[in-house]
Ligand binder design. Structure first.
Ligand code: ASP
Length: 346
């Protein structure tokens, strides 16, 4: 009888231990944020149906990443899958829907960073890869390098079994029209005796921004960030923006923060935006909200750089500041519904 009691006590202790261990694991926060680019996003330029379609795609992307996290998947996988949804949509400037270069082609950049290992992978100027974020991840996981560009990156893609697709795959009518508008504006600037720099500066912000990205915290406490873009409309000379530059457009470090940026890439490179936000968190002990706000709404504004970021910390706090009219974005934290926003307040 005594032995039976002891057995029973032991059994209930084990049950208690197992269930409390389980509930500790269940208590772990997880969260994800995504963006579909910042810029001159005027409410009046959308029909209600168009706005609804954008919101639905943002929700689909954030929910896709959320499900990965909810099932115990890694933040890297959540970031990759969320970005895939946006790359496959013609609404956003990445993958299908990437903007046109001056030569009427598409050249895409992407990067991903794993906050747990501080490993990173990036590709730039790829023309034939359906999902550049997947290739960036392969560069991180299956090569000894961080960034590969152009034909070399595509040669590497083939070694990894990634099929190459025609550049026309990424064509969309609205981006083509946007290129023609950008060219007309630059032509006019030339007629007004402006040189290349001045005529480029005369281009509206709408031609310089638009990108997709994601940041996530998983149940194991690992954070990651990824960014994918077609870059700037009418770009030429092999221009590369901030999206594939670790520390500029993408950064992640466990225990600190993960950031994905969108905006006028030249500023984001020079001001080391993603890294600077995380440095404030790490060395100044500032919150992710304050750090991201200081860089986007103070430092960048003073410099004249337009854009925004999504950022997450190791507790799942999320910041989404931008200094443009709008930024397509969505967030979802453990146990909550997705929040989809385009403008400041909705
Ligand atoms: N940052 C990207 C680039 O400069 C564009 C964007 O995010 O809007 O290529």
């Amino acid at each position: 009888m005594r032995i039976t009691m002891n057995k029973l006590t032991m059994l209930s202790c084990i049950t208690l231990l197992v269930s409390s261990f389980g509930s500790v694991a269940n208590d772990k926060p997880f969260a994800i944020a995504i963006h579909g680019g910042a810029g001159t996003i005027n409410p009046s330029s959308f029909t209600p149906e168009q706005e609804q379609a954008y919101r639905a795609k943002l929700k689909e992307a954030v929910d896709t990443g959320y499900v990965v996290l909810e099932k115990g998947g890694s933040s890297l996988e959540a970031v990759t899958q969320a970005i895939n949804v946006l790359e496959d949509s013609p609404y956003f400037n990445a993958g299908k829907g990437a903007v046109y270069t001056h030569n009427e082609q598409h050249e895409m950049d992407a990067s991903i960073m794993d906050g747990k290992t501080m490993n990173a992978g990036a590709v730039s100027g790829v023309k034939h890869v359906k999902n550049p974020i997947d290739l960036a991840r392969l560069v991180m996981d299956k090569s000894v390098h961080v960034m590969l560009y152009g034909e070399g990156a595509e040669e590497f893609a083939l070694t990894q079994g990634v099929p190459l697709v025609a550049n026309e795959t990424f064509n969309t009518q609205h981006r083509y029209e946007s290129l023609q508008r950008a060219k007309a504006k630059m032509e006019q600037a030339k007629l007004d005796n402006k040189d290349y720099i001045a005529s480029h500066n005369a281009l509206d912000v709408e031609f310089k921004v638009g990108t997709v990205g994601a940041v996530a915290l998983d149940k194991s406490g690992n954070i990651s960030a990824g960014t994918s873009t077609g870059g700037m409309t009418n770009k030429r000379y092999g221009r590369i923006g901030d999206a594939p530059v670790i520390g500029a457009g993408t950064y992640a470090e466990n225990g600190v923060c993960a950031v994905s940026a969108t905006g006028h890439g030249e500023y984001f490179i020079r001001y080391h935006v993603a890294g600077d936000i995380c440095a404030k968190v790490k060395y100044q002990g500032k919150s992710i909200i304050q750090s991201a706000d200081e860089v986007i709404n103070q430092r960048l504004i003073t410099a004249g750089g337009t854009g925004g970021v999504i950022a997450i910390d190791h507790r799942g706090n999320i910041a989404t500041p931008f200094n443009t009219e709008g930024m397509y974005r969505a967030t979802r934290k453990k146990g909550e519904q997705a929040q989809v926003m385009i403008w400041r307040d909705k």
